[in-house]
Design a protein around this ligand. Structure first.
Ligand SMILES: [Zn+2]
Length: 139
């Protein structure tokens, strides 16, 4: 039986296309929209391709592999929910498919983050309904 640990941080909004994104995450699949006309991947979910204007797309499976693109380190929490987390680093990961997402790197302390650090996705089942895509050093 899984250990019970109440999740105290805000959960993502799960309406519209984001609900579909998080439904795949719940299955531990990292999928992004890919335009079926020009092949461009995109994130965050939206209806139209910014490159060619097409409304035709699919949920394509990502490799789950990428690299640290950038990050910041939060020393003073902007929301009380994060008071126990400081210092922490919201990280922008660039996936091999070219999309970027804001996430966590779970096993690298803020002082050891480096641009270009190879990472791979891991899913954190924070509630019975929500799994968050996070990253760890790639092996
Ligand atoms: Zn397109």
């Amino acid at each position: 039986m899984a250990e019970s640990r109440p999740y105290k941080l805000p959960l993502p909004r799960t309406g519209g296309l984001s609900a579909e994104f998080y439904r795949f995450c719940r299955q531990h699949e990292l999928r992004f929209q890919r335009c079926t006309k020009c092949g461009t991947w995109r994130h965050i979910p939206r209806d139209m391709c910014a490159k060619c204007g097409s409304f035709e797309w699919e949920w394509a499976l990502s490799s789950g592999r990428g690299k640290v693109f950038s990050w910041t380190t939060v020393m003073q929490p902007m929301m009380p929910h994060f008071a126990e987390q400081v210092p922490y680093s919201p990280v922008i990961v660039e996936l091999d498919e070219g999309v970027r997402m804001v996430t966590w790197v779970t096993d690298v302390p803020p002082g050891e983050l480096k641009i270009g650090l190879p990472v791979e996705v891991v899913f954190d089942d924070v509630t019975p309904e929500v799994s968050l895509p996070k990253f760890r050093r790639a092996t």
